[in-house]
Design a protein around this ligand. Structure first.
Ligand code: NAG
Ligand code: NAG
Ligand code: NAG
Ligand code: NAG
Ligand code: ZN
Length: 419
């Protein structure tokens, strides 16, 4: 609150018009919604949203293109090596314990690693925030959480459209009745359907229709709750999806079959998790493991952590293991023998078009009927902070990547000088 008052006071002293318009933000993620999923399905509600607001051609997620790391980038504007949530799975390389995606949501030390999500920053500056099912919601950060929050139960059915409507109305009720400024809202589809049936399946197209109906419902619900004048809605995703080839169509990557490679040279490994893997060799075994794997399969990339291409921003963190593996589109990395049967996967290089999510925004802060070029998802955080009128934490994004989407009357240009 202090920052806001100072800024208002400053603009008063400078004689600038003080803009009293209330700006709230609803950040929505539809997990695994690839940038081009609206191209082979009728999406009247997404089309209407683009007409009424802004549509980006696509956005570029950070590497590693999996759910928890990329969502925490949306919430913080930091690359994965900087925020520390480097995997969906919490793990301990000494005890060899691993926790599933869902269990890892409750490991505070995993999420609270020096980077504050926008909920905490906004609340410290006098705003009120909420979160429903968004990855990272269950943890606390320096002892704080979003003021209103709901974490899904274990074994939650992420596909139920009626539940999606209920969750939408719940969040709109939070804005109206508890006067929240920011809410993050998560839907677990079309990721689940994309994994199970593949991104080119009729089942995926049906799920995109369900997402589209829900987008219509979200906008209708905002209106019904009297939020049209203040609410800015950003809809995006964490990563895309691509088809996996197997059953003799391709030569699969199976580490145990690679000559000279042995799991007995490792003290810990994280493989059988889509196209990415991380290895911790036993003392003195790094070169042996690296040399055995490097060049062993034409579609397997093998890197020592410190040699990883810069654009991935995935090396400068102690949690990242010394050897990093990833596969080309169409392949997954198997350990002892193939145990992965998904028809669709993500986790690949973030430069691959199939890994890019979609981006839409509508509301009083945004231009209407504007299509913009691609940008990295690290830039969504400074955009949201700007709309909310809060001072962002240190982050890897820039407002200049997204500010052309904003109508200048939203927050007076130059009101914030720290960007
Ligand atoms: C990892 O496991 C070891 C051995 O059980 C334990 O000493 C250490 O505290 C654990 N570290 C974390 C971060 O849980
Ligand atoms: C981040 O986590 C690592 C262990 O994974 C720990 O050594 C480090 O102190 C943590 N940093 C912060 C700021 O929490
Ligand atoms: C949705 O909310 C309605 C009304 O509160 C309730 O009757 C229904 O059981 C809920 N449905 C689901 C799937 O949560
Ligand atoms: C945005 O600002 C940064 C830092 O000042 C600069 O490096 C970058 O080129 C700018 N990007 C655009 C699109 O202007
Ligand atoms: Zn995901």
């Amino acid at each position: 609150m202090k920052t806001r008052l100072c800024l208002l006071w400053a603009s008063f002293l400078l004689g600038a018009p003080v803009n009293k318009q209330r700006h709230r933000v609803l950040l929505i993620s539809f997990d695994g919604f690839r940038w081009d999923y609206d191209r082979d399905v009728d999406t009247p509600n997404l089309d209407k949203m683009a007409e009424d607001g802004v549509k980006a051609l696509y956005v570029t997620p950070p590497y590693i293109t999996i759910t928890s790391p990329t969502h925490f980038t949306l919430l913080s504007g930091r690359y994965v090596e900087n925020h520390g949530v480097i995997h969906n799975m919490w793990f301990n390389t000494t005890s060899l314990e691993k926790k599933s995606y869902y269990q890892s949501q409750f490991v505070n030390e995993w999420w609270d690693n020096g980077t504050l999500p926008i909920w905490i920053t906004a609340q410290r500056q006098g705003l009120k925030t909420g979160s429903l099912h968004f990855p990272g919601t269950a943890s606390s950060y320096q002892g704080e959480t979003a003021m209103v929050r709901e974490v899904e139960p274990a074994l939650y059915n992420y596909k139920n459209e009626l539940e999606w409507k209920n969750n939408t109305d719940k969040v709109m009720g939070w804005f109206r009745d508890q006067d929240l400024d920011f809410v993050s809202l998560y839907f677990g589809e079309p990721d689940g359907t994309g994994h199970r049936y593949g991104p080119d399946s009729p089942q995926r197209r049906e799920m995109v229709k369900q997402v589209d109906r829900t987008v219509g419902y979200i906008r209708e619900s905002a209106q019904r709750h009297g939020l049209d004048d203040s609410l800015n809605i950003i809809i995006t995703a964490d990563h895309g999806m691509t088809t996996v080839y197997r059953n003799g169509l391709v030569e699969e990557i199976i580490l145990s079959k690679i000559p000279g490679f042995s799991f007995s040279d490792l003290s810990f490994h994280l493989v059988d998790f889509g196209p990415s893997g991380m290895l911790l060799p036993k003392p003195g075994k790094l070169e042996k493991v690296y040399n055995a794997l490097k060049g062993s399969h034409p579609h397997l990339h093998v890197y020592k952590k410190e040699e990883l291409p810069e654009h991935l921003h995935f090396s400068k963190n102690d949690r990242i293991l010394p050897i990093i593996l990833w596969a080309d589109l169409g392949y997954v990395i198997n350990g002892y023998f193939p145990v992965q049967f998904n028809k669709g996967e993500h986790g690949f290089d973030n430069q691959e078009m199939d890994m890019k999510p979609f981006f839409r925004a509508v509301g009083p802060a945004f231009h209407k009927n504007l299509e913009v070029g691609p940008f990295e998802t690290v830039n969504i955080y400074p955009l949201m902070c700007h709309i909310l009128g809060i001072q962002p934490e240190v982050n890897d994004g820039h407002l200049n990547a997204t500010k052309h989407m904003l109508v200048t009357s939203s927050r007076a240009e130059g009101e914030f000088t720290s960007d």
